[in-house]
Design a protein around this ligand. Structure first.
Ligand code: T4K
Length: 372
């Protein structure tokens, strides 16, 4: 028997571990007196994340957005950058903050990632890079994108905010492209309250990124670039170290929830699930469903209906980035250029998924979806 739900179920909830477990980390910080500027916990987290993620170099940041802005600076990207309108607005904002013009290219309706077959037609003499997003942690078409970039001499940056530890054929997808950017925001699979990181393949680029996130300082008296303050503090790093001891269990629990949803929500008319290729080891960061016209309710009716039962889903990503006022005027923002993105943004609903969500809660959510 399914109980009536009286508590709020949000789309996500940060995994906090226990305060008792966090206290020793805090004590260490208080005793050392080093609370930021590349302290010991920051260094330890960079080292441990490199090992865990299977990447060469990582530079921690105060959040994913500043990491994106800095990644573009690190590679000296200018002019036009090809990207997706189907993402969190920070993806395109990072371009505008660098004075770069976003050129929106439509998505593949099955993966909801930028359609690599449509990239070439959007390249102009001003194009300098491709900024892909591994939406919901589902990898972009990595090989195709790199092939296009090689032909046209473009840089590739991946907004991997959703893709913590996602693997393809066992290898981290964070090793693809010139740089990948992670978010460790409270709503993410791995969180440091606020935080982010840039993954880079070589030491020289890591050094430039480290300078850029510290105002451009290379030593006490030398500033080599107009850098920003993008550093992660010791408290955030400490929380990351604690989270890392639990991350496999947290992802395993997400997997269990994903499986329950899939078993209960497959074969419902008008409700489409996003499937991963068998090559992918996902991180189960989101559980997106697309509500089509054969479903008994519209997407927005279902969204409102679930709210009545304290189930707060999210329409990630509606509206499209290209529909916000600062992007609307670009010719690539025209809905006729973005039919699949427009369609997905009108159908998408992200269901609650987080480790503390109980099986009963998942059953309750599925029952409410299936009603009518
Ligand atoms: N690129 C992509 C593709 C991204 O998705 C994001 C961020 C970025 C770049 C930028 O990375 P950061 O600069 O953020 O590191 C959220 C997050 O703020 C944002 O990080 C995330 N993507 C985006 C997809 O979602 P909101 O406005 O939907 O979050 P909010 O506050 O409504 O939280 C959602 C639910 O989570 C709440 O209803 C309750 C729960 N929650 C949230 C917070 C913050 C908690 O239980 N506790 C909390 O502390 O944007």
């Amino acid at each position: 028997m399914i109980k009536m739900n009286t508590k709020n179920i949000y789309v996500t909830k940060p995994s906090l571990a226990s305060l008792e477990e966090f206290m020793p980390y805090l004590t260490e910080i208080w005793q050392s007196g080093v609370i930021t500027n590349g302290g010991p916990m920051h260094q330890e987290l960079e080292d441990k994340l490199c090992t865990y993620l299977g990447v060469k170099h990582i530079s921690l940041f105060c959040n994913g957005t500043i990491a994106l802005v800095t990644a573009l600076q690190a590679l000296r990207i200018t002019g036009e950058v090809i990207t997706t309108p189907y993402s969190f607005v920070a993806t395109a904002h990072s371009l505008l903050w660098n004075g770069i013009k976003p050129i929106f290219v439509d998505i593949n309706p099955d993966t909801l990632n930028i359609d690599s077959n449509k990239i070439e037609a959007a390249i102009t003499p001003q194009t300098t890079a491709i900024l892909g997003v591994h939406c919901y942690g589902n990898p972009c078409e990595l090989k195709n994108i790199q092939e296009i970039a090689d032909i046209y001499n473009l840089k590739v940056i991946y907004d991997a905010a959703h893709a913590f530890n996602v693997r393809q054929n066992g290898e981290s997808i964070l090793n693809y492209g010139d740089l990948s950017v992670l978010s460790f925001h409270a709503t993410k699979v791995f969180n440091t309250f606020e935080g982010g990181a840039i993954i880079c393949p070589d030491k020289k680029t890591k050094q430039r990124i480290d300078h850029l996130k510290n105002f451009g300082f290379v030593n006490e008296t030398t500033v080599v670039a107009p850098g920003i303050n993008g550093k992660m503090s010791e408290i955030n790093s400490a929380f990351g170290l604690l989270q890392l001891t639990k991350i496999d269990l947290l992802i395993q629990r997400r997997k269990e929830i994903d499986l329950i949803y899939r078993s209960l929500l497959s074969n419902i008319a008008g409700l489409k699930l996003i499937n991963y290729s068998s090559k992918i080891t996902p991180n189960y960061s989101y559980f997106p469903v697309l509500i089509g016209c054969e479903f008994s309710k519209s997407r927005d009716e279902l969204y409102e209906y679930l709210k009545k039962f304290h189930i707060f889903t999210r329409r990630y990503f509606y509206p499209l980035i290209s529909e916000f006022p600062m992007y609307k005027g670009f010719s690539s923002s025209s809905p006729s250029n973005l039919p699949n993105s427009t369609d997905a943004s009108l159908k998408i609903l992200c269901l609650p998924i987080y480790p503390e969500l109980s099986n009963d809660d998942v059953l309750f959510i599925c029952n409410k979806i299936k009603e009518h």
